[in-house]
Design a protein around this ligand. Structure first.
Ligand code: HPA
Length: 252
């Protein structure tokens, strides 16, 4: 069974991965999927922002991406996200593996059933991210000597603008640890599709108002450039360790 990788900002290709491109048609539209071998496993790579990296967070075809992976019998997804750190001890360059999210998106599809004549899926998201995959990612990061924070609450905003300091202060009071623009609804749709899903976030900056300077997209890209080699290795090794037969409640 293939493993999916959804690559976020700064992660639109994987070195050493020589995939075949395939256009996968779904009822939500067609998406490019890159199929090849990674870490000794069959991998399906989806660049979240599109093959030409042009899609803004609110334009990403979240439903089509997950449906395409589901139609290719993908059982597990490892995703990457750039995030701003709300907590001071999460420093730029650190990794996070969220276990909860707060959804502040406003105009995105909410379900794979949306627009289709299907039963409304009131899915349970008590544990929205796959614990098994989260543990694999954390263990791999420890082995590589990387700093990774677990039990992190990911706040998802609509973007594409960054947040105001007042918003960040509110998110902090609500228990948010990091903020990004692309984690939701992806995690929810993966659960609807019965696919184990976890994301590794890269803290690229302190969130708005915390560093005392204006934010720029360039600092996000620059930090991603620095972290990218270890992120590639982390994902390749974590992927090679996935045992598809591990029992997991995500797929029930
Ligand atoms: N806010 C939202 N998304 C982000 C940030 C941020 O500060 N950094 C990287 N992605």
């Amino acid at each position: 069974m293939p493993v999916g990788i959804i690559g976020g900002t700064g992660f639109s290709e994987i070195p050493g991965f020589e995939p075949e491109r395939q256009e996968v048609t779904t009822c939500f539209g067609a998406v490019p999927v890159f199929r090849g071998n990674l870490g000794g496993k069959e991998a399906l790579f989806v660049p979240r922002h599109g093959a030409d990296r042009r899609l803004a967070p609110h334009q990403i075809p979240y439903q089509a991406n997950i449906t395409a992976l589901q139609s290719l019998d993908c059982t597990h997804i490892l995703a990457t996200n750039a995030v701003g750190a709300i907590r001071e001890d999460i420093e730029p360059g650190h990794l996070v593996v969220p276990d909860q999210f707060l959804d502040f998106t406003t105009r995105r599809p909410l379900s794979l059933a949306e627009g289709l004549d299907e039963e409304i899926p009131h899915i349970d998201v008590t544990n929205p991210y796959c614990d098994y995959l989260r543990r694999l990612i954390a263990e791999q990061a420890w082995e590589m000597g990387l700093v990774i924070h677990q039990d992190v609450v990911y706040v998802c905003t609509e973007g594409p603008r960054f947040e105001t300091p007042a918003e960040i202060s509110m998110f902090a009071q609500l228990g948010g640890d990091v903020v990004g623009m692309t984690g939701v609804p992806e995690v929810v749709l993966a659960r609807e599709a019965g696919i184990c899903y976890a994301s590794v976030g890269v803290a690229t900056n302190y969130a708005a108002g915390l560093a005392g300077e204006a934010l720029s997209a360039d600092e996000v890209y620059e930090l991603m450039d620095e972290v990218r080699p270890s992120l590639f290795e982390l994902l390749r090794e974590a992927l090679s360790r996935i045992d598809p037969d591990t029992a997991c409640s995500c797929r029930q």
